[in-house]
Design a protein around this ligand. Structure first.
Ligand code: C2E
Ligand code: CA
Ligand code: CA
Length: 697
């Protein structure tokens, strides 16, 4: 078959077809505008770019303009007009609106053909669909704006971890500019804070999950460390090839700093910087499981400074604070680094001694501490002496929980205080019984009065010369609903500590005065002695309350005597003196109880407004056998005589006691020889029958 085309034409047609194909691939269309006969040709690709089927409608310049985005029409028109005028080609990028209203971007280039006179006869142009590139560009512009504006630091590396970009937040955070670090890998300026294990884990996660996030210690250009939340993503292209790493870094050093501050406030004592109660408890509790596994022992020392209160009272609080700081330092120096010293509050310190091999390890530390404070604590050149009372409990022997251990050590410490301070004791089970009894008493006392469990007994006071009962001492007893009868020695001390003594004291006063009033009304004008403890005396309302009761019941004050122990008076002589003087001025009688045990001297005795001295029963006990006791009693009596005071001997149990006392001219006695304390009815009976001899029972 003969072809209609020459070989060359065929070749050209082939070439032309190839060109069209290439243009379609590259999304480039071409057009020709014949200015001589005003005809426009669009290639198929132009139609496609405008969203039309090839040759769908007639190509005209107006048709073309109708596809140009309305906002770009003017610039397209003027670009063309200008190029015609200047007889030059042009290049323009503009938007188009496709038939389906989709917006696209095209790039147009146009050149002109001229006739021999230089007039334009044809414009030939290309339309290149650059929508994809444009939107990628726009996305990039958007992304880079976000990148720059992000408040988190961003660092981007290539697949070889070479830094290619950082944003300004990253620069601000680290002090590095892109010039400083471009091309380097981040680990060339890493903080050196984390170990290899840390980075191994980081890379493992990045490789497996393509993402890592965690907290990291980083370093600024100036060398300063900072904490950061970091999140690293490994980016891959559509073929799964690693392209970049993007790290987003968030400086949390401020937050960390605040956290540390809060942590310190919550866990450390601000005065001494030692762990506080909470941290101490945590540490003890954290140790217990390991000890349980290993079977090792741990010692808990509970330390209380003996003199802190008086230091605090005699000087100012500043001194007290300094003292505690020094104490903390001194103790810290005596223990190993792995042992924890804590301050629980006030002058109470605790130590955990880890893994003590035997309990003598703990004793050794306690001794070291006690010895240390044999030398004074020196503050501003001032020598402050203090003793230390230490109680020790051992895990697991004395308790398996924090509470049990602290309680046991505290109990042991309390026993040290009871038995003279400045020493140490290990907790024993017997202490526990004591504690249990104590808490039983403490709790029971609250309702003792309201439940009517308290009652009084009266012990007669005898005048040996006149062979008569001249007075009585009121002694309180407690009939506990579970325990039964409890003697005052057991509960008065505790009630003094808890303050309940004030209430009890007023109950005793009221009851004793009522019974006395009844006796008086019956014609027995006896003196009643009521015991008053220090705590009651220091209660500001005691004197008024007491006097009010005396007035209310209607007993003549001359028959009322308060017994106050000598040791109580000597504890704070000046204060006691002023209180005793007030009581005296109110017309009440005073007696110094347990005299001889409180180390008072003649000069004090002279000042005391007390009318009576009651010789302590410890001197009476052996008075018939012991020469020394006899001479002490003789001296007391002589002294009292010289001061014009009365003397009574308590605890006179036997005929021999009575005879010895009579020989020494002590004519007033109280004791089992004549009578034990008696309930009021028995007491009445006793005085009714008294003939100067003990009742023959
Ligand atoms: P106290 O004031 O020295 O009371 C005397 C104690 O010696 C009483 O013990 C009494 O029963 C006991 N006693 C009496 N005669 C003899 C004797 O011949 N031989 C011996 N060995 N003891 C004798 P009680 O009643 O157990 O009182 C103990 C302490 O309790 C009292 O010592 C007193 O300090 C305190 N007390 C008692 N009642 C009260 C009270 O109502 N208020 C206050 N604040 N303390 C009280
Ligand atoms: Ca007494
Ligand atoms: Ca006494």
């Amino acid at each position: 078959m003969q072809s209609a085309f020459s070989k060359n034409e065929l070749y050209c047609k082939k070439l032309y077809g190839g060109l069209l194909q290439a243009q379609a691939l590259a999304k480039i269309g071409h057009w020709e505008l014949d200015l001589v006969n005003n005809s426009l040709y669009w290639s198929d690709e132009v139609y496609r770019i405008f969203g039309l089927e090839p040759q769908e409608f007639d190509a005209t310049y107006e048709a073309f303009l109708s596809f140009v985005h309305p906002e770009d029409v003017e610039s397209v028109k003027s670009a063309y007009a200008l190029s015609i005028k200047n007889k030059q080609g042009y290049y323009i990028e503009h938007r188009i609106v496709r038939k389906n209203d989709e917006i696209g971007f095209v790039e147009e280039r146009c050149e002109h053909d001229f006739d021999s006179h230089g007039n334009i006869i044809k414009s030939i142009g290309t339309v290149h669909d650059i929508t994809k590139r444009k939107s990628a560009e726009n996305e990039l512009i958007l992304a880079s704006a976000v990148f720059e504006k992000m408040s988190d630091g961003v660092l981007i590396t290539d697949d070889k971890q070479r830094i290619i970009a950082i944003n300004s937040a990253y620069s601000a955070m680290t002090g590095y500019k892109i010039e400083d670090i471009k091309g380097k890998t981040p680990n060339t300026f890493s903080s050196g804070w984390h170990d290899n294990e840390f980075y191994k884990n980081l890379w493992k996660q990045l490789n497996e999950k393509h993402h890592y996030s965690g907290e990291i210690k980083d370093r600024r250009k100036n060398g300063e460390f900072f904490s950061a939340d970091i999140s690293i993503t490994a980016l891959h292209d559509e073929n799964g090839r690693l392209t970049n790493y993007i790290s987003i870094v968030n400086d949390i050093s401020d937050k960390k700093h605040k956290e540390t501050l809060i942590h310190n406030l919550a866990y450390f004592d601000s005065l001494t910087d030692l762990p506080n109660r909470i941290l101490f408890q945590e540490r003890v509790m954290n140790k217990i499981p390991a000890l349980k596994r290993s079977g090792a022992k741990m010692a808990l020392l509970f330390i209380d400074m003996d003199n802190f209160k008086s230091i605090n009272d005699s000087f100012d609080h500043f001194m007290g604070d300094k003292f505690l700081i020094e104490v903390a330092k001194s103790i810290q120096e005596l223990i190993r680094e792995e042992d924890t010293l804590a301050r629980l509050g006030g002058d109470e310190f605790t130590i955990i001694l880890e893994e003590v091999k035997s309990i003598s390890d703990a004793a050794y530390v306690a001794e070291k501490i006690i010895n240390k404070f044999k030398s004074p604590v020196i503050i501003n050149g001032l020598e402050l002496y203090t003793g230390v009372s230490i109680g020790i409990s051992i895990y697991p022997d004395d308790g398996e929980s924090y509470e049990e251990l602290v309680k046991a050590a505290d109990t042991a410490m309390y026993q040290v205080k009871e038995s003279g301070k400045n020493s140490y004791k290990f907790f024993t089970k017997a202490m526990n019984d004591k504690i249990r009894e104590r808490s039983l008493i403490e709790n029971g006392l609250r309702s003792a009065i309201s439940e009517g469990e308290l009652f009084l007994e009266y012990q007669p006071k005898i005048n040996l010369k006149t062979k008569s009962v001249y007075g009585m001492e009121a002694l309180v007893r407690w009939n506990h609903q579970d325990i039964g009868l409890i003697r005052p020695d057991k509960f008065i001390g505790i009630s003094e500590e808890t303050g309940q003594i004030c209430q009890i004291g007023l109950w005793v006063a009221k009851q004793a005065l009522k019974d006395t009033k009844a006796l008086h009304d019956e014609g027995n004008l006896l003196t009643v002695s009521i015991n008053v403890s220090n705590k009651q005396l220091s209660d500001s309302s005691f004197i008024d309350d007491f006097c009010a009761i005396v007035g209310e019941v209607g007993v003549d004050r001359r028959y009322v005597e308060l017994e106050i122990t000598e040791s109580h008076i000597m504890k704070d002589l000046d204060k006691s003196l002023s209180i005793l003087n007030i009581l005296h001025s109110k017309g009440l009688n005073l007696s110094i109880d347990d005299f001889g045990t409180g180390y008072s001297s003649l000069s004090y005795l002279k000042k005391l407004p007390a009318q009576t001295i009651k010789i302590d029963r410890s001197f009476v006990l052996d008075i018939d056998k012991d020469e020394d006791d006899r001479s002490i009693v003789a001296t007391i009596i002589a002294m009292a005589d010289a001061l014009g005071k009365d003397v009574i001997a308590e605890g006179s149990e036997t005929k021999e006691h009575i005879e010895a006392l009579e020989l020494l001219n002590c004519n007033q006695v109280q004791g089992y020889y004549f009578s034990k304390p008696l309930k009021i009815d028995k007491f009445r009976e006793f005085i009714r029958n008294f003939k100067g001899e003990p009742a023959s029972t």
